[in-house]
Ligand binder design. Sequence first.
Ligand code: SF4
Length: 355
Amino acid sequence: MCATKTVDVEATAAQVNHLSAAGAAVVRIAVDSPREAKSLPAIRERTRANLSVDLQENYRLAAEIAPWVDKIRYNPGHLYHHEPNKAWQDKVRLLVEVAVRHDIALRVGVNCGSVDPAAREKFAADDSIGPMLASALEHCELLDRLGFTRYCVSLKDSDPMRVIVVNQRFAAARPDVPLHLGVTEAGMPPAGIVKSRVALGELLRQGIGDTLRISLTVPNARKVEEVEAGRQLVDDVASGRFRGDAEVNLPRLNIVSCPSCSRVENEAFVDLAEQVHRMTRPWADYPITIAVMGCRVNGPGETDDADLGLWCGPNFVNLKRGDKTLGAFRYTEILARLQEELEALIRQRGLTPPQ
Ligand code: SF4
């Protein structure tokens, strides 16, 4: 996926071509605004790659986007943001009409951090898999009823074990529907690659999955590492070199960080994620999860499962502990503040701080 600003046509087209030349069969771009949608004809002119667009909340942009791309990914959990009184079924109907008119594919992209609240309400609060699965299945049923066949599904979570289970259950229920696999917010290499290999390698070994993405928090110039890691995994599974559980050697302190995309408002985000990694090395053996997210759109929701969560705005980084928001801090202040919270959390849990 591109992490350039979509309105920066030259940079985005260059990154699309760079990823495509490295072996990416589909390259995704985020489009949230009419201004970004208007960049697509010029990007299309500059590349022959298979282009997919990530629609976040603004499903009505689909008609403007579709003539220039090969696929649109929509997130069922974001459909209710615009026109909340309109049924999600009518919104999907519009997406299908647009897709049929322009002969493009759709991806139903379900994500653990932004599950449709209506699906979530039907399950216990500690059941994260049930709502994701239910949401994906109800969208498949509707697409089937509408006679639309050019679609695939993805069910992404930041926990590799949950990715395995939710995809196994979906594949058992709908073996006919192509699955795109991914561990969302896997983080920085090498941990991000290990988490993705554990989940996606196991699924591929079981014959589950048709396309995949390895999401890594890396600077733009290193984005091809996602493609290289994905190709390597596919080769390893195909040739029997994939070692499954034997590959797991992760620190207990889990850093979840997003791979960045055009929504990042301050490029210091990737540096910040690296600094959090360095700063927390002495705490590597503590069972704590820290989430570092690149934007204010998905940051609040996608830090919900973490003990400590950070999400980045243009000038400030927001910090929360559990579900309590602690405030917004300057980029120069946030690490010290995070360290204070980490130490307080360790004391609260009765653990001995590192010497
Ligand atoms: S959290 Fe925001 S910046 Fe990061 S990948 Fe998701 S949408 Fe993009």
